[in-house]
Design a protein around this ligand. Structure first.
Ligand SMILES: [Zn+2]
Length: 198
């Protein structure tokens, strides 16, 4: 299971701070509720890209000694299962869906004028599918504004609340993903236990 680690800096700052340390160890297990600190359990490398940067970060993993399951801690600039950092995706979605720029112009505003058209199209489609649920959930952080559609409302709320803060809230409290979980983890980011087939 993945959890978020509050971190307001850049990819480079994260790597500098976490080159030799294991990060913040969870003091309880979010999976089984055990109230004892989890044990450091290695790490893995993950790619996080921004325009012009293909960064790699070290993601620490922790083991719960009670339920024997692991939890990995992602910094808040990461969207699980997405290669690109939240700031880049946020800038693109705002330009495309709130300011109604063309796909190409939106990619340029976000900082990557060479971004494949299909990638932006996919992000916009995924966000629109989530928008009404996001807007409802974000009402816990900020007042819903009048808006012509759910996408505009959710984007305005994300801009007001701050994308990282909102992402942290949605992910940790509600297990919601800004662009929706991949099918094998839907609806809440957890793997289903498969029933035996007969
Ligand atoms: Zn546990």
């Amino acid at each position: 299971m993945q959890m978020l680690y509050p971190f307001s800096g850049s990819i480079q700052q994260y790597n500098e701070q976490h080159a030799h340390s294991h990060g913040r160890r969870p003091c309880s297990c979010a999976l089984c509720g055990e109230g004892k600190p989890l044990r450091a359990h290695g790490y893995y490398w993950r790619t996080v890209s921004e325009p012009g940067i293909d960064g790699r970060i070290r993601v620490p993993r922790y083991l719960c000694l009670a339920c024997r399951r692991t939890i990995s801690l992602l910094p808040e600039f990461v969207l699980p299962y997405m290669r690109f950092a939240i700031t880049f995706i946020a800038a693109f979605l705002k330009a495309r869906l709130l300011d109604h720029k063309t796909m190409t112009r939106s990619a340029a505003i976000a900082g990557d004028s060479a971004m494949p058209y299909q990638r932006g199209q996919q992000w916009a489609r995924k966000f629109c599918c989530q928008a009404s649920g996001l807007a409802a959930a974000l009402a816990a952080l900020t007042k819903p504004p009048p808006a012509p559609d759910f996408s505009a409302r959710a984007l305005t709320m994300l801009e007001t609340a701050g994308w990282r803060r909102a992402h942290g809230f949605l992910f940790d409290k509600l297990r919601m993903h800004l662009l929706g979980w991949p099918g094998f983890l839907a609806p809440d980011g957890r793997r289903r236990t498969l029933s035996p087939s007969f």
